[in-house]
Design a protein around this ligand. Sequence first.
Ligand code: MG
Length: 241
Amino acid sequence: MTKSRNVRLPFASVLALALLNACSVNVTFGERPLSPGTDWVANSSSWADEANQVFEAATAYVLEATEARPAGSWAVVMDLDETVLNNVQYQVMLENDGKSYTPENWYEWTQEEGATLVPGSLWFINAVNSAGGHVAFVTNRRDREQLATENNLAKLGIVRGKDFRVLLTRASPQAPGDKDDRFSVVPNLLAVQGYPDVTVVAYVGDSVGDKPSDSGEAQFFCIDQGAMYGEPCAEVPGPGI
Ligand SMILES: [Mg+2]
């Protein structure tokens, strides 16, 4: 009897503890609500619809604006994150864990090469290349993230030399995020590849800094990133209105 009771009680306690543990995991994991912008990008088809519409408008503009230009004489400059690369999975992970962006956790995310495509972006890039334009990327991803970034792009069907000719990152650790200096060298970097006197006809980005402070006659197209990062260019970011 005594022996039997001694065996049963610890077993019951272990079982109870296991159940409690299981319950506590179920209650806390993934229970934090996402911010409205993140939820919109991650879960709403209207975000994808909006992105597709912006890229359709950008394509129509670019094709018309370059109709009379010889192939190879013009380019578009694009941001990467939340313009071509969709990192909402990273943001969802942070919010689920109650964390915020740090350069370290962002670096770890980039090394996974797991960003997906912003809807419409590959279609736009293909249209520009088919029409005889060049694609240049100017991103505030750091130089130490460049290799993983190019690998991530290649996994999504966007390959250096075939789909884009320039990719300028931001130098680690303290180079300015302002892109004007990098925008200004894009034509020169195309010239050394055998394409002199290239005109940039359009910029595409998700933040106000994704176009030059003086963009001349070039048109800017804004992807709504749901106010997840930086200074969004959308007038009413996220589901809005
Ligand atoms: Mg961006």
